[in-house]
Design a protein around this ligand. Structure first.
Ligand SMILES: Cc1cc2nc3c(=O)[nH]c(=O)nc-3n(C[C@H](O)[C@H](O)[C@H](O)COP(=O)(O)OP(=O)(O)OC[C@H]3O[C@@H](n4cnc5c(N)ncnc54)[C@H](O)[C@@H]3O)c2cc1C
Length: 281
């Protein structure tokens, strides 16, 4: 039997984290599966769990002229209802699991689980999101690409909570997200692709491309993006084979029960090609 805490407020939650080892959880849709909710994949929790899904400070969505701040314990249902959340994040959330899971699962849980197939992650990488981590005595902010270090691994300390994710405001002229899974609903990603671009006078003045589920963490290359930036749309179309080769060298998928490495790589490059040839206009 697992002991569990339900702190009365956020301050108490942080204090508890500082005093003893506890595992925080919000929706529990990842943690319960890992800790024995499903037979055959049980990992015993060796310390108390702490429910944080009710804490007001973690459930806020606040937008100003610079950014939007989404509390870590915001559920997907809450994110879908909020008018300030970028459309591309909502598109990804709508393809994630089922309404029942979206009512319980949170963006903070998706980030902290750091699964290579976590569906919000490639979108958050492309949006240049940062995470705010808080302990009793400290608050620090890290770009999400630095926070996630490997499959299931992050830079969070065991005295810290993920408080919120911060997304800078930016408008894009080309926006493309695609998740490829076995079914239309309730299937984990075999591959996911996010493409965003700003186009001015027929040339790309900014571009962001990210791939999910094709490596230990999200694949995004600032170097390749800088190489594309400044080129006009005709030049970019001519560069597609070369760009596909550059990304191919970075995409390193696994064979697993959901798909093969070969399929994943070839679909990723097809999505890239579609974005560069047909979505950039
Ligand atoms: C049937 C099913 C289908 C699913 N389909 C998808 C899918 O299509 N795509 C997808 O990406 N995921 C999917 N998931 C996984 C899961 O629903 C998501 O990752 C969800 O976002 C997890 O959020 P949660 O609040 O339930 O996390 P929890 O289980 O509460 O926590 C997950 C991990 O994060 C840590 N954590 C949570 N919040 C914090 C915080 N604020 N600070 C510090 N640590 C924290 C916990 O300690 C735990 O290690 C699915 C899960 C199930 C059961």
């Amino acid at each position: 039997m697992v002991e569990a805490y339900r702190p009365q407020n956020y301050k108490q939650a942080l204090e508890l984290m500082g005093e003893e080892r506890v595992v925080p959880f919000a929706g529990g849709t990842d943690l319960m599966v890992k800790s024995g909710g499903l037979s055959g994949c049980a990992v015993e929790l060796d310390c108390p769990a702490m429910f944080i899904g009710h804490l007001e400070e973690l459930k806020k969505v606040e937008a100003d002229e610079n950014c939007i701040r989404i509390g870590a314990a915001c559920t997907y249902a809450q994110i879908l209802e909020n008018r300030s959340v970028p459309g591309i994040l909502k598109t990804a959330v709508l393809r994630l699991a089922t309404p029942a899971i979206r009512n319980a699962g949170t963006i903070g849980g998706n980030i902290c689980s750091a699964s290579p197939a976590g569906d919000t992650l490639p979108v958050l990488y492309a949006l240049d999101a940062s995470v705010v981590l808080e302990s009793v005595n400290d608050t620090r902010t890290l770009p999400i690409r630095e926070f996630i270090t490997g499959p299931g691994e992050t830079f969070i300390k065991n005295i810290e909570l993920l408080k919120e994710v911060v997304i800078p405001n930016k408008n894009f002229d080309a926006v493309f997200y695609r998740k490829v899974g076995t079914g239309v609903v309730n299937s984990l990603s075999k591959v996911s692709f996010t493409g965003l671009a700003v186009i001015e006078e027929g040339a790309v003045s900014g571009i962001r491309v990210s791939f999910g589920a094709v490596g230990p963490t999200v694949v995004r290359s600032k170097k390749i993006e800088d190489h594309i930036t400044g080129k006009n749309l005709l030049e970019i179309k001519k560069m597609v084979p070369q760009l596909a080769r550059s990304y191919s060298a970075l995409i390193d998928p696994l064979d697993d029960q959901r798909s093969t490495a070969c399929y994943r790589k070839s679909v990723s490059l097809r999505l890239l090609e579609h974005f560069l040839r047909n979505v950039l206009k």
